[in-house]
Unconditional design. Structure first.
Length: 177
């Protein structure tokens, strides 16, 4: 079995086990319950206090001290072993936005606040001119050069007076009168 498949199976097994089996103290009457309680807004989380961690040799979640760290180190090592032959190193085969590798693609001039980071985005002017969306992806059917309804360009055509709620937008419609 190749390493990539083994890694996927291990990650799946770990996720499945964690989703099906509660903390050890919930099923082992001989294992001490955590004494710490953390208020997380709409719910609380039990955790092992510093004193319990030192005495029992566990982390705050009741895992044997270092178990999670050792597992993560093992997974990182296996990922690196799989990744290096395929990409030549740490994610060197990843592809970013086209402006990061295509010298003919203009860099986005706008910014979008994503909370913990800022994302570069194409401005409305750039989107129209380049035929892309805010993320720089080509727009399949650009709106430039198309005609709107007749009443938007023909002064002899009466504008609709009714409106119809289409869920995410309101459409102008002709009424029965």
């Amino acid at each position: 079995m190749n390493a990539a498949i083994k890694l996927c199976l291990l990650a799946t097994l770990l996720a499945f086990a964690q989703s099906r089996i509660g903390p050890r103290w919930t099923y082992d009457k001989n294992f001490e319950k955590p004494k710490g309680v953390k208020d997380l807004g709409g719910w609380t989380e039990s955790y092992y206090t510093q004193e319990q961690q030192e005495r029992l040799g566990v982390d705050m979640f009741g895992n044997k001290a270092g178990t999670v760290k050792k597992l993560l180190e093992k997974l990182r090592k296996e990922i690196k072993e799989i990744e290096e032959p395929m990409t030549g190193g740490s994610m060197s085969g990843s592809v970013g936005p086209s402006w990061t590798y295509d010298k003919n693609m203009e860099k986005p001039m706008g910014e979008k606040n994503m909370g913990t980071y800022t994302e570069s985005v194409y401005t409305a002017e750039q989107q129209k001119r380049l035929g892309v969306d805010a993320e720089g992806k080509k727009v399949k059917f650009p709106m430039s050069g198309t005609m709107g309804p007749r009443w938007t360009w023909d002064p002899k055509m009466e504008k609709p007076t009714g409106e119809k709620n289409m869920g995410t937008y309101t459409e102008s419609v002709y009424t029965a009168e």
